[in-house]
Design a protein around this ligand. Structure first.
Ligand code: FAS
Ligand code: PHB
Length: 391
């Protein structure tokens, strides 16, 4: 078969790119390793920057998000047993964030693609291969239900995440990668209980980091920092709730509603960037090119802005016969990626307990937090990064 753009991966990056290209009349095919149900079963991001909200609106898919999503104008920082609100809306000149889970974003994009009857090969397993993307006639091959498919295309979008085939298909000599692994993970629990507070609470405590988030007024998402070697199955619900309570302030502890977990998993924390993000007719987007620790809620939003730049570049190529956007894609993305990497590293370094930091490490973090919440300049810096830097 032939298409204009072959997209590898049906996560948020691939699905969002597929929507934007289709709306511009550009033919595309998505190949996805897993089943749609499996992709939807992964519990990941929870916070959308305004630019991501606007992209879903641009795809005509914002209705459920605006109906069910929660607009947040602030977050709270908890340290030394007290909470301090950061007024994101005031400090960022009127911006806010939308709490609407990645699962829902993916659901909306998948439903739209299905209604539009756009070609999507699910459950291709590890059969996807990329061919000749450094030439003029790239191809993607895969096997689905035992049937081999060869997809001739003009361009390949590698939207297949950190462990995908796209970046792995690039000769190591053509790539420069940067990696920082953190000495802890996030144990996350999803539960159908009302959130402990109406805004997110990021907690720095002597026992480690905790985050109180949510998906709706009746569904909460909580995280506690755990050592890397921990296993989610070793944590009973009761043990999780007890540990979370130990990391909350008195009021939050009193308001915490607990219940059975409907999902429990541990995510490692990593900073990673692959440069460049373009190889001939192959473009990397989203987690295929970069990973941030989730502290700054940047992962999904960075994927969205990569897709914004890539879709504009491809539309310019087909509509105006210009490759200016394509030639500038990697530079433009990486300028934004590195700023988000810095913010995510800084916020992670400020809020987590590092094994080798000693007692002075906690004191230095508390001093920085004291300064942060008492300085408009410092709070503004946090706010403008958290809501998303201008494009
Ligand atoms: P994804 O990884 O979401 O999607 C890639 C898709 O490609 C997957 O569906 C995969 O099955 C498919 N694929 C992989 N290899 C393939 C192959 N060889 N052939 C075909 N398909 C292939 N971000 C936040 O902002 N907040 C969070 O709290 C947060 N939590 C996270 C927790 C975990 C465990 C992980 C891994 C990430 C988390 N992230 C979080 C980041 C996450 O939301 C990503 O930024 C987001 O999923 C990026 O979307 P994609 O680039 O589409 O990559
Ligand atoms: C989430 O709700 O999953 C979430 C929210 C904010 C973060 C990370 C994760 O910084």
């Amino acid at each position: 078969m032939r298409t204009q753009v072959a997209i590898i991966g049906a996560g948020p990056s691939g699905l969002l790119l597929g929507q934007l290209l289709s709306r511009a009349g550009i033919d595309n095919v998505i190949v996805e390793r897993q089943s749609a149900q499996y992709v939807l079963g992964r519990i990941r991001a929870g916070v959308l920057e305004q630019v991501s909200v606007e992209m879903l609106d641009e795809c005509g898919l914002g209705a459920r998000m605006h109906r069910e999503g929660l607009v947040h104008h602030g977050i709270e920082l908890l340290f030394k047993g007290a909470r301090h609100r950061i007024d994101l809306h005031d400090l960022s000149g009127g911006k806010s964030v939308m709490v609407y889970g990645q699962t829902e974003v993916t659901h909306d994009l998948m439903d739209a693609r299905k209604v539009q009857g756009l070609a999507t090969f699910y459950e291709t397993g590890d059969t996807v291969k990329l061919h000749d993307f450094d030439g003029a006639r790239p191809k993607v091959s895969c096997v689905q239900d035992g049937k081999a498919h060869e997809i001739e295309c003009d361009f390949i979008a590698g939207c297949d995440g950190y462990h995908g085939a796209s970046r792995a298909s690039v000769p190591a000599s053509a790539l420069k990668t940067y990696t920082k692994d953190y000495p802890f993970g996030w144990l996350g629990v999803l539960a159908d209980v009302p959130p402990v507070s109406h805004e997110l609470i990021y907690a720095n405590t002597g026992r480690g980091f905790a985050l109180c988030s949510m998906r709706s007024p009746t569904r909460s998402r909580y995280y506690v920092q755990v050592p890397l070697q921990e296993k989610a199955e070793a944590w009973s619900d009761a043990a999780f709730w007890d540990e979370l309570r130990r990391r909350l302030d008195v009021e939050a502890r009193e308001h915490l509603v607990t219940g059975p977990s409907i999902e429990k998993s541990i995510a490692p924390l990593r900073s990673f960037v692959a440069e460049p993000m373009r190889f001939g007719r192959l473009f990397l987007a989203g987690d295929a090119a970069h990973i941030v620790p989730p502290t700054g809620a940047k992962g999904l939003n960075l994927a969205a802005t990569d897709v914004k730049y890539l879709s504009a570049a491809l539309i310019e190529h087909y509509r105006h016969k210009s490759d200016r956007g394509i030639d500038d894609y990697s530079r433009k993305c990486l300028a934004r990626v590195w700023k988000a990497e810095r913010f995510s590293w800084w916020f992670t370094s400020l809020m987590h307990k590092f094994p080798d930091a000693g007692d002075i490490g906690q004191k230095l973090q508390e001093a920085e937090l004291d300064y942060l919440v008492s300085s408009r300049a410092a709070s503004t810096a946090l706010a403008e990064n958290y809501v998303g830097l201008p494009l």
